[in-house]
Write a protein that binds this ligand. Structure first.
Ligand code: HSE
Length: 399
């Protein structure tokens, strides 16, 4: 197959943009080069001569020589504007902006079909793990039962550092920021939003479900403290922030982002530091496991590079699951949770269907019990920042 030469207009020269420049420099076989880079701040010192840069987005979007726009900026609304204009102008687009893609998925699907341009975003989900391409090409039938993963590198790094090095949460977050893992607004990582944006995208490719992120439940790691860590240590567990999508029956799928206790028998147990891990399960081949670095300049840039390479042979996503299946999300199921709390009056015990474990001490209390998901996501006590909610290691969704 003959490969098209790609002349790239790059938006953004932050951690990933700079990483892409370096990675492209070291990949001479690829028929692609960056013609110009559009950046926001004219005052900022950059490691390349100034003729590489422009501050006017139209210099890239209206340049007929540029056939690919690579969008690696932070601001998701500005990114959507850039990406949609590029598609309208007939240019292929590569993006790593999970927030933008998740929040505008429906419009982006419409733009792809109206303007018949490829739009690739492997770097938006789990950086170096080629999960979207696998879902598109390998799991292109309806046999996928579940997809679960550690999909945020920063929180995994923070949880690992806090539990193994015993450093404080703010110290671990600072390290994650210094290493270029965290979002510029780290609350997106810590509160589980980044993982939710990735899950939103994965749901489209895994199950053909296009859902607004606001309709998907996310709890982050911000409420975790010594009580939860002690429980994990006593049982030999680790805590990981999990993104979970599972078929409940032939019509419905559950989807959520929550911290979970992970037992040593689970593959996620070995996914530490900045690594991500994704486990897929199908009806006939049981479980498969993918693991790789989930954040940082080069792991993310390598996924962008792979998308650029794929564009050179005209690869595009086909979203086959959307045509094959009519699945939708459900909130109507039962799940087992660990609840950490200070005072019994903080909780509404009658909200639980069953309680199997209860512990009371001066340092904090917890219970393990089953609750209907719909109840959990709506009850007022669950919004209390002093109450921690984690999935138990035996997590399953029952009708
Ligand atoms: N902040 C993200 C993470 C970057 O930590 O996973 C990669 O998407």
């Amino acid at each position: 197959m003959s490969r098209q030469y790609l002349t790239i207009g790059l938006f953004g020269f932050g951690v990933v943009g700079k990483g892409l420049w370096d990675v492209l420099e070291q990949t001479p076989g690829l028929k692609a080069s960056i013609k110009r880079i559009c950046v926001k701040n004219p005052q900022k010192q950059r490691p390349l001569p100034s003729h590489h840069f422009t501050f006017d987005k139209d210099d890239l979007l209206n340049d007929p020589d540029i056939n690919v726009i690579v969008e690696l900026i932070d601001d998701s609304e500005a990114a959507f504007e850039i990406v949609s204009t590029a598609m309208r102008n007939g240019k292929g687009v590569v993006s790593a902006n999970k927030k933008m893609i998740a929040e505008h998925l429906e419009e982006l699907l419409a733009l792809q079909s109206e303007f018949q341009v490829p739009f690739l975003y492997e770097a938006a989900c789990c950086a170096s793990i080629p999960i979207i391409r696998n879902l598109e090409e390998y799991y292109d039938n309806d046999l996928l039962v579940s997809l679960e993963g550690v999909v945020n590198g920063s929180t995994n790094y923070i949880l690992t550092r806090c539990s193994t090095d015993r450093i404080s949460f703010p110290e671990a977050l600072k390290l994650a920021q210094e290493k270029g893992y965290a979002e510029s607004n780290p609350a997106l990582d810590v509160e589980g939003f980044d993982a939710k944006f990735k899950l939103t995208i994965l749901l489209a490719h895994a199950f053909g479900i296009v859902e607004k992120p606001v309709n998907i439940y996310n709890l982050g790691i911000q409420r975790l403290g010594s009580l939860e860590q002690r429980y994990a240590n006593e049982k030999g567990y680790k805590i990981k922030l999990m993104a979970i999508a599972r078929k409940l029956d032939s019509n419905s799928v559950i989807a959520l982002v929550m911290p979970k206790f992970i037992s040593p028998t689970e593959r996620f147990f070995m996914v530490d530091d900045v690594f991500n891990g994704v486990q897929t399960e199908t009806s006939f081949s049981d479980k498969q496991f993918f693991m790789g670095k989930g954040a940082g300049a080069f792991p993310t840039a390598s996924a962008v590079l792979s998308d650029i390479s794929a564009l050179s042979y005209s690869y595009r996503y086909e979203y086959k699951k959307m045509a094959q299946q009519s699945l939708s999300l459900t909130n109507n199921y039962l799940l087992e949770v660990f609840i950490g709390y200070k005072d019994t009056t903080d909780l509404e015990l009658s909200d639980f269907e069953t309680v199997s474990e209860k512990y009371v001490s001066q340092d904090g209390n917890y219970l393990v019990g089953k609750i209907r998901f719909d109840k959990l996501r709506n009850c007022s006590w669950a919004f209390n920042p002093n109450i921690s909610i984690l999935l138990t290691s035996a997590f399953s969704a029952e009708k």
